[in-house]
Design a protein around this ligand. Sequence first.
Ligand code: TYD
Length: 206
Amino acid sequence: MARGKFITFEGIDGAGKSTHVNSVAEQLRHAGHVVVSTREPGGTALGEKLRALLLAEPMHLETEALLMFAARREHIAQVIEPALARGEWVISDRFTDASFAYQGGGRHLSLEKLAVLEHWVHPELQPDLTLLFDVPIEVARQRLDAERVLDKFEQEKSDFFKATRDVYLQRAAQFPNRIRVIDSTQPLETVRLHVEELIQQLIEHL
Ligand code: TYD
């Protein structure tokens, strides 16, 4: 049984990534794959409890990073690794790049400390493909302001999101084969077609 593939979705709040998670799942199922669609923080019963705390409670920035990685440890053990081992494809709305971008960029936690946590929690595992939905922060802000109640992160100021976006783009430059940047200011259908093409390449191992 061939190991499944792991795809992650990233971007600042308001970049519009979540819209595409369902259509990617659909595309993969159509290609004959069994798909597990999940999210971070969360993805397990414990992880969803940690998510509720993380998105609402003020806490020390290192506590926040540690809880993100605690939820991730559980997620990998309970959901991601078993599914990949069964040959299933896992798509996750956010993963470790979000910790580098939000805790590292937005909150200025040292990237070295985050790299230690990454190495501890998943020394071997990396996504096969990461789709980074990128928009200028002004565009993201407008989209967020149109939303219902904003969570702890969504209430952050523009400096936070600028630093978050910068770290995402730095990581995309550092890992160009894994992280593909998608211009999310384009019309929805144009973005959808770009995503579909990148997923098709992964299906065909191009
Ligand atoms: P998000 O994925 O945007 O969900 P929704 O679309 O329901 O708002 O919310 C998760 C939030 O958690 C988001 O603001 C980013 C933040 N986050 C981190 O700060 N670090 C992490 O490691 C992860 C996975 C998420």
